[in-house]
Write a protein that binds this ligand. Structure first.
Ligand code: GDX
Ligand code: MG
Length: 382
């Protein structure tokens, strides 16, 4: 029997409670654990409702505040690691599922599909789903690109949604994550990167299930809303440089189904709001740091330009830019964080204007080609 965990922070309690009820109703689930960032209003509402849900279902429904475990900003990482610690130390569940608390399209199918893949022997099951071609911009340009550059011969760049919060892990995987100090330190948004890394580095078998229904959840506005996540995901990834990863991983990806017109037509972020961010508020220090980067990037983004040029940030320029970031970036220097954000925003805009405009199917093909090309180039260097 399995446990289901929902990490949450300031969510709509109605959405979370509906997801809790869906999880407890599943025949494979014996326990649901909601791990809150703090005792917010959502926490109070779920704490009030939990005893009734437990009584009527005959299952365990628990709610707790996350422990302070890691060394980074206290965030989702502490939430996920707190749940693992608790479940491994106090229960005998062989399988642990994680789902984001804000999923509106959550159903018993998510649990069933993960259980079926685990029944066939896989140690990790990760859900992936269709996303707009301009969504997942951290995943594509930071995480998959970074995994390709740092670990080109491993399966890491080939994990469809390496930042996805919807996954199942078996007890052996949970124990390995708890025993890895790098994973335990990662209390912030970098946790998804670290879990994915540790699963591949630990040699666990991975199955990716395709959820055609998609993940309908809270949406973002301009890319600025993603700034903290971007910085934390990049820093988590760059800290892994030089780590060793085995070349062979049993990894199966379910073939994806037809993608709905709604997903194909969606624009993933506010383009105007993001464009404005490129020109605003350069500091002298940030302008100085720009000197590290390739000429076309320097000239395009030069702070004296009233209208920045972004199309210079093509696949090749981003590859070179990423190498400079891996080499020079200092996490303690706020100017580096600002510049990282600006460079990434330029990359996302360049891709939007030169690739995504040409249609969903071509855009997705080009993103996959970019990752393959980075793997080939990086493998050629090592
Ligand atoms: N316990 C706890 N503590 N939960 C948190 C915290 C925290 O500090 N911060 C966020 N959460 C919960 C949140 O309530 C939700 O259930 C989940 O974590 C994800 O947060 P959300 O704000 O919905 O993030 P978003 O953008 O949907 O990101 C998710 O998908 C990204 C991706 O797939 O690209 C999330 O799983 C990310 O980690 C992932 O990078
Ligand atoms: Mg969300």
């Amino acid at each position: 029997m399995s446990a289901v965990v929902f990490p949450f922070k300031r969510e709509d309690p109605e959405v979370l409670l509906k997801n809790v009820r869906t999880a407890v109703a599943h025949p494979r689930v014996r326990r649901v654990v909601c791990v809150g960032a703090e005792e917010d209003e959502c926490f109070a509402a779920v704490a009030r409702a939990a005893p009734n849900i437990a009584r009527s279902s005959g299952k365990e429904v628990e709610i707790c505040v996350q422990e302070r475990i890691g060394t980074k900003r206290p965030g989702k990482g502490d939430g996920m690691n707190s749940a693992l610690r608790y479940l491994v130390a106090n229960t005998d569940h062989e399988r642990i599922h994680f789902y984001d608390a804000d999923i509106l399209s959550f159903s018993e199918e998510w649990i069933t599909k993960a259980e079926e893949a685990a029944d066939s022997g896989y140690q990790v099951v990760r859900h992936y789903f269709p996303r707009a071609s301009t969504d997942a911009m951290i995943t594509w340009f930071i995480t998959r690109a970074g995994f390709a550059i740092l670990f080109p011969r491993s399966e890491l760049p080939r994990i469809e949604q390496p930042l996805g919060g919807e996954l199942l892990l078996t007890r052996a995987v949970a124990e390995a994550l708890l025993a890895d100090p790098r994973v335990q330190a990662q209390s912030d948004w970098g946790i998804d990167t670290l879990y994915t890394f540790a699963m591949v580095a630990g040699g666990f078998s991975i199955y990716e299930t395709y959820m055609g229904v998609g993940k309908v959840h809270k949406l973002y506005g301009s890319l600025a809303d993603l700034r903290t996540m971007l910085v934390e995901c990049f820093e988590a990834l760059s800290a892994l440089a030089g780590a060793s990863v085995p070349g062979t991983t049993l990894h199966h990806v379910e073939y994806q189904g037809p993608v709905s017109e709604a997903v194909k037509a969606k624009v993933g972020y506010d383009i105007d709001g993001t464009l404005a961010l490129l020109a605003d508020g350069w500091t002298e220090r940030e302008a100085e740091l720009l000197d590290h980067f390739p000429l076309a990037v320097r000239e395009g983004l030069n702070p004296s330009r009233r209208v920045p040029r972004v199309t210079c940030m093509d696949d090749d320029a981003w590859y070179d830019t990423y190498h400079v970031l891996l080499r020079e970036y200092h996490s303690e220097d706020p100017a580096w964080r600002d510049l990282l954000f600006r460079l990434w925003a330029a990359r996302v805009l360049a891709y939007t204007f030169t690739v995504a405009v040409r249609g969903y199917d071509l855009a997705m093909y080009r993103l996959h080609q970019m990752v393959d090309c980075y793997c080939r180039r990086a493998a050629g260097r090592s």
